[in-house]
Design a protein around this ligand. Structure first.
Ligand SMILES: Nc1ncnc2c1ncn2[C@@H]1O[C@H](COP(=O)(O)OP(=O)(O)OP(=O)(O)O)[C@@H](O)[C@H]1O
Ligand SMILES: [Mg+2]
Length: 395
């Protein structure tokens, strides 16, 4: 029996409308035409997922993974086509966990259960398990709007995973939890799979995805590029040059200028996967439309737990003046970072003006030994000094 049926689903977003008067004027002065760009985030996607299958979705940033999950969860509607899921569906996406901010944790558990169609008796039976898993017992009678994002996530996952859904849909939000909670969630999802539930999982953590899912679907630029056994899909994906990620023309900027491109690559400039024991280069290209005194660039990196691991500002190291035109700055990062997923932020501005500030313009993965603990920020491999304090001197 099919649990998930996706028929020729397409999703269009409209981008690039001038957002405010100042930008419109600036554009008119520059005689740029008013652009209205369309972006097809998904194009004619066909997919069926059978009962009890665990399917992982891979694909580079912007490939359409979250869009597909949002359509499945009915958070957004497809522009064309149709998507259906049968049975009780629970999910955890970047947005719309289905919690009501004013209600307490306890009330939200019951509300979610009711929405899923669970009886009150069934919910009561499951309640202690949910609370226990979430670890937010002391805050059960606090409105969830006062929860930290970690607490919120814990409860949301506990609810989604314990309300006996037929289909469990999880977008990589788990990355904001701590390492121990991530492990618990992965175990819970494997159990759900073992209990015969259908699991739909999106992650850039390919090792976790490989453990959980026997089948993987590779999305690229809104279309299904490949679909099959996880090991072969992941191999194809990794060798396809996905890791030399590029973000082109992130929306934003001001009359003074804008970012053209941000990319991350190994030092040889190729588009192969990035590994934690090699240096990487972050390249920012931007265009100056009006010269500004003291125009400066900063690049930051945030790890998968939201910890800022690096924030470098050009003027702290060297002085530069950027005339009108296109420029490129490149930052070389030595191989000191732990493996995992990272988010690049870029700031372009002066002490008086943010020209463009992109907190997460691009995400990438540093591959490494998965057995090495994920909760480290840096791996330096520092030398120890070893001395024997008694007996025979060591040679
Ligand atoms: N609300 C929106 N308005 C406009 N464009 C959007 C919107 N949501 C997504 N997009 C665009 O749709 C495309 C697909 O985005 P989506 O979030 O599905 O990618 P993804 O595969 O989940 O990427 P990531 O790995 O970064 O999470 C992107 O180009 C994105 O910019
Ligand atoms: Mg996404």
């Amino acid at each position: 029996m099919d649990r998930v049926q996706v028929d020729r689903v397409s999703k269009r977003y409209v981008l690039g409308e001038q957002r405010n008067l100042r930008e419109s004027l600036a554009a008119a002065v520059r005689q740029h035409r008013q652009e209205r760009r369309e972006l097809w985030s998904l194009r004619d996607v066909d997919l069926t997922v059978g009962d009890g299958e665990a399917v992982g979705f891979v694909g580079r940033n912007g490939a359409g993974k979250s869009t597909l999950l949002k359509i499945l969860m009915r958070i957004t509607t497809p522009t064309r086509g149709e998507a259906r899921m049968r049975g009780r569906v629970a999910g955890l996406l970047e947005v719309g966990t289905g919690f009501h901010p004013e209600l307490t944790g306890r009330e939200n558990v019951f509300l979610n259960a009711a929405v899923l169609g669970m009886s009150r008796a069934d919910t009561v039976r499951r309640f202690d398990e949910i609370v226990d898993f979430s670890g937010v017992e002391q805050f059960l009678d606090t409105p969830v709007k006062r929860y930290s994002s970690g607490m919120y996530l814990r409860l949301a996952f506990a609810v989604a995973a314990h309300l006996e859904p037929d289909v469990l849909v999880v977008d990589e939000v788990l990355a904001v939890g701590d390492a121990e909670f991530q492990r618990k969630c992965m175990n819970r999802m494997s159990e759900a799979g073992a209990e015969g539930r259908t699991v739909i999982f999106v992650s850039h953590d390919l090792a976790a995805l490989s453990r959980l899912c026997s089948r993987a679907v590779w999305l690229e630029a809104g279309v299904i590029r490949d679909d099959g056994p996880t090991a072969s899909i992941v191999r194809g994906y990794l060798t396809s040059g996905f890791a030399g990620s590029t973000a082109n023309a992130p929306r934003g900027g001001s009359a003074a200028g804008h970012i053209l491109q941000v990319r991350v690559e190994p030092l040889d400039g190729s588009s192969r996967p990035l590994f934690r024991d090699e240096p990487i280069r972050i390249v920012v290209q931007f265009e100056v439309l009006e010269e500004r005194l003291g125009l400066d660039v900063a690049v930051s990196l945030t790890n998968h737990r939201g910890i800022g691991v690096l924030d470098e500002t050009l003027s702290h190291v060297q002085t530069n003046q950027f005339p009108v035109g296109k420029h490129e700055v490149a930052l070389e990062v030595p191989p000191v970072l732990a493996h995992g997923d990272y988010t690049i932020g870029v700031w372009l501005g002066t002490p008086h003006e943010d020209v463009q500030h992109e907190r997460s313009v691009l995400r990438f993965t540093l591959h490494g030994e998965e057995s090495v603990q994920r909760d480290r920020v840096v791996v330096l491999g520092l030398p120890f000094r070893v001395r024997q304090l008694d007996g025979e001197p060591s040679s």
